[in-house]
Design a protein around this ligand. Structure first.
Ligand code: FNR
Length: 420
């Protein structure tokens, strides 16, 4: 009702309310490269289309006269009561959308009390985002690196930054075949974008130092600090270095640092040889609850449970990895059946509003992840844009619940839907 009242009093929204208009506004606000990276999917983008089509195959089946005067949108997730059934899925390289990047998202998430999953490919170190979020819920998303020391370091930092859980993304041991980016020859990481979580890490900085020493042909360990590294990358990116540099930074610019950092990142980013047995290491690195993201097969859900995970994220990375993959909403019931309530199941990929969230909750999701919509909100209006997009999801879910005859998330179930 707050959203409606604002509208009726003539306050124009900061971002378009509908997804298609929001996407168009983001396209206008962004460079061709940035928009392609955010909006694009793998190959023919059939998975993206499938994600959307799956929602359209379920009709919401409203009931009447059930006293829906007061609704309750809270849920129980990982042992805590949460104000809403949403989480903000991790989005890497948020600097492509807005200069304030992850910190802006963190502020909006904190205001609405929606858990924010901090990306391993973030544009700002997790410590900075955590500082902007106060005591509000955040989780850390890990891309399992080929360097165990680096994994352990990331997880130590996540604990120290007050992250409540770790989300290990398993669908990106290689980058998907992203046609839009390939056409533009655009890979942000090679420009030093989206690697702030790495360049701010002491273990990573050591790896870069060793690489530079090797390149210099001697055993000398050159002076490399996170600050120097970050500045060198920033200057290398801006291409306007000479005016800005002084002292140590001049050395940084002349040095092979930016290149060494990017090469080190490309070396350690992922490990395609991982197996289920590798999971045991996670328990040596952290005691935080572990969720596995990128599970779409019920047998993998069973194995995840056998390995004692604390949650599952049914996701196909918003259609950015396997082209022609199954839609997550189609995969959800099979996973939910195997999990049988033992751990929470979060669904993302293709959620574009509250009515979509309703369908996912009805098919057994514990919570629902939002990806591109909030990234577009960020692109169009920064932190305010993110807040409005998430608020609109909440408001639409609330209205949909009321109109379909439900007072609480727990009341939404299979009988709230029928095949369209
Ligand atoms: C992502 N996603 C993602 N996932 C992850 O685990 N780590 C990451 O760093 C990123 N980065 C990222 C960047 C961009 C631009 C997009 C669009 C997506 C996947 C993300 O967490 C989520 O699974 C999808 O975005 C959900 O699909 P929708 O809502 O975008 O359709």
């Amino acid at each position: 009702s707050e959203v409606y009242r604002a509208g009726v009093s003539g306050t124009k929204p900061a971002v378009p309310v509908g997804f298609d208009a929001l996407e168009r506004a983001a396209r206008t606000a962004l460079s061709a490269e940035a928009f392609a990276y955010l909006a694009g999917g793998a190959g023919s983008e059939a998975t993206m289309a499938a994600n959307r089509a799956a929602f359209a195959r379920w009709g919401i089946w409203p009931r009447v006269l059930r006293d829906v005067g007061r609704r309750e949108l809270s849920i129980e997730l990982l042992g805590r009561r949460r104000a809403t059934p949403f989480v903000l899925s991790p989005i890497g390289v948020a600097e492509l959308a807005h200069a304030e990047a992850d910190v802006a998202v963190g502020r909006a998430a904190a205001e609405l009390d929606v858990p924010f999953v901090l990306s391993n490919q973030a544009s700002q170190p997790m410590e900075e985002v955590a500082a902007a979020m106060g005591d509000r819920a955040r989780w850390f998303q890990l891309y399992w690196s080929a360097s165990d020391e680096l994994n352990a370091s990331f997880l130590r930092r996540a604990e120290a930054s007050g992250c409540e859980a770790v989300v290990v993304t398993l669908d990106t041991h290689l980058l998907g075949w992203r046609t839009r980016d390939l056409d533009l020859a655009f890979l942000p990481f090679t420009r030093g974008q989206g690697i702030a979580q790495y360049t701010s890490d002491p273990v990573f900085v050591d790896l870069v130092r060793e690489r530079v020493a090797r390149g210099a042909g001697g055993g000398a360990r050159p002076r490399v600090t996170p600050t120097l590294l970050a500045s060198a990358l920033k200057i290398a990116r801006s291409g306007s270095g000479t005016r800005l540099v002084e002292g140590g930074l001049r050395d940084a610019l002349r040095s092979p640092l930016p290149r060494a950092a990017v090469e080190t990142f490309l070396d350690v980013f992922s490990d395609p040889t991982l197996t289920w047995e590798s999971l045991a290491k996670l328990r040596e690195w952290t005691m935080l609850p572990v969720l596995l993201k990128g599970i779409v097969h019920p047998d993998d859900a069973s194995r995840a449970l056998d390995h004692g995970v604390d949650g599952i994220v049914v996701s196909n990375h918003g259609g950015r990895q396997v082209d022609g993959s199954v839609a997550t909403l189609d995969a959800l019931p099979g996973v939910v059946e195997r999990v049988a309530g033992r751990v929470p199941v979060v669904l993302d990929s293709g959620v574009r509003g509250g009515a979509d969230a309703f369908r996912a909750l009805a098919l057994g999701a514990t919570a629902v992840g939002i990806g591109r919509p909030y990234a577009y909100g960020l692109a169009v209006a920064g932190s305010d844009g993110v807040r409005e997009v998430v608020r609109n999801h909440l408001a639409e879910l609330d209205v949909t619940m009321a109109l379909a005859g439900h007072r609480s998330i727990a009341q939404i179930g299979r009988d709230s839907l029928r095949p369209a």
